[in-house]
Write a protein that binds this ligand. Structure first.
Ligand SMILES: Nc1ncnc2c1ncn2[C@@H]1O[C@H](COP(=O)(O)OP(=O)(O)O)[C@@H](O)[C@H]1O
Ligand SMILES: [Mg+2]
Length: 314
């Protein structure tokens, strides 16, 4: 059973688009980066995409954020980008209308006006752009496709909108280039062989309930459930001496006293976490993988690489 679950988990990296969703602060960006490292390590040309002006992945590699919309190489088979709806829309339309017109529209601010006009346009352009990164024929003729696109989606509510919006637009537009493009993305998102949806959560009562709800919502609205659930920040059964020392240091209080308090509170926390993990595992249909809490003030690249190994270990 365990083996079957592990192999199912690694299957998500066979998908061309992996959407990482979940509540803010659960570790979406960290898990997206870890999945991207695991994918690149498997020999796949991989890009990890952030949205909404976020650029935390380059920082992990001690790089300055790239220009919005630019694809920046971080490692041998690893790239990063921040999807900018205006830039993406300009590229997309660049395929449909003459170049001169595109420049004119871009200069006049028409793209941002259009992207801001109808609800869902920004989401449509964002998910379409993520899909396009894996397309053999890219919008820009000098661009090469990626084998694996990892999308660090916005926090749950918006992330779901992102998955839902191609269908909405395809239904509204019905015919023409927008409908055709939206339909292609909709089909890709509904196909578990080509796309995967991963939820990141924490081992607490509320986050576990929300993750189970998310799975139901996806089935109802997008026609597919979650492909994997990552429970992040799981405390070890017992703290090692080193970890205990770091907890004590973090508490910053007098040693014997703080050590006792930390041990007591960690024991209670571990029990609660195990209970919630058990609840999730018995209710979820998707494979559940847990990631340890890393006792450090700030996650470094080696920390994220270690998390990547947890995810790809079978
Ligand atoms: N397993 C972990 N152990 C320790 N810290 C973590 C872990 N995962 C994430 N973090 C830290 O928690 C914070 C939130 O993580 P992040 O990936 O940015 O979450 P999100 O993208 O969901 O908002 C960051 O400071 C990150 O370094
Ligand atoms: Mg994030």
């Amino acid at each position: 059973m365990t083996d079957q679950i592990s192999s199912q988990f690694s299957d998500i990296l066979d998908a061309r688009l992996v959407v990482v969703t979940g509540k803010g602060g659960t570790g979406r960006t960290t898990v997206a980066a870890a999945l991207a490292l695991a994918s690149a390590a498997r020999g796949q040309r991989t890009i990890v995409c952030e949205v909404a002006g976020q650029a935390r992945v380059p920082a992990l590699f001690d790089r300055a954020p790239a220009r919005s919309g630019a694809e920046e190489q971080l490692d041998e088979r690893l790239w990063t980008t921040t999807i900018d709806a205006n830039v993406a829309l300009e590229e997309w339309l660049g395929r449909q209308v003459p170049r001169r017109l595109v420049h004119l529209l871009a200069r006049s601010g028409a793209f941002s006006a259009f992207a801001g006009a109808a609800p869902g346009v920004r989401e449509l352009v964002t998910i379409t752009k993520a899909w396009e990164l894996g397309e053999a024929r890219r919008w820009r003729s000098d661009a090469r496709r990626y084998d694996t696109v990892i999308l660090d989606a916005p926090a749950s509510g918006h992330g779901l909108g992102l998955l839902r919006t191609p269908k909405t637009f395809a239904d509204i537009a019905r015919i023409g280039p927008i409908a055709a493009q939206a339909r292609a993305v909709e089909e890709g998102l509904a196909d578990p062989a080509r796309s995967a949806v991963v939820a990141v959560t924490l081992p607490g009562e509320l986050p576990v309930s929300e993750t189970l709800e998310l799975d139901g919502w996806l089935r109802e609205r997008v026609g597919r459930g979650l492909d994997a659930i990552v429970v992040n920040g799981v405390w070890p059964q017992r703290l090692s001496k080193d970890e205990a020392a770091r907890v004590v240091a973090a508490a910053g209080a007098s040693l014997p006293h703080a050590a006792g308090r930390a041990a007591a509170s960690s024991a209670g926390r571990v029990t609660t976490q195990r209970r919630q993990l058990g609840r999730l595992r018995s209710a979820a249909t998707a494979p559940v993988r847990q990631l340890p809490f890393v006792f450090t003030p700030r996650l470094s690249l080696p920390d994220v690489s270690a998390l990547a190994q947890h995810l790809s270990r079978s």
